[in-house]
Design a protein around this ligand. Sequence first.
Ligand code: ZN
Length: 180
Amino acid sequence: MKFCPDCNTNKEFSEFYKRDYGYTTRCKVCHINRQKLYTEKTGYKIKSRNKPRILEYNKFYYRNHVLKFTFKSAKYRAAKLKRTPHWLTQEHWKQIEAFYIEAKRLTQVTGIPHEVDHIVPLQGKNVSGLHVPWNLQILTESQNCSKNNLTYSDKSAIIKNKEAEKAAQNEDDPNKCGAW
Ligand SMILES: [Zn+2]
């Protein structure tokens, strides 16, 4: 029998991990709990022989939470670049989110990564687009990478952006969304 100071009980040796130097101070249960606590506190994953497995898991986790990541990072990027108009309504936000949900669905159904793209880039060379529903489209990763010239839909989005900005200047919308 061996005493575990964490759970304050005597346990069989089989309840402890075996190491080169003998048995771990704490029982298996408490040992794992400590590691979890440490990881949560520091965000640091303990190096182990399982590293490839952990990396694989992280990838898996990322894929499964990709909607959350992409939606948040797009929101962040747009906010940072000040390309999200203050006059977006709740309805607009729902429409924006729908693009990210649809991109995730297409990714899952087809197995081909789909991304939400800004038709007019947020940081374009000549003109900068807005983070608004009508400036969004769903592309596959490869389509997105090969995209470099303005297309017809790009031009119409530019015009629509200008019209919307003008309209917003003319009216003081009391329902404007204060998300930012
Ligand atoms: Zn214990």
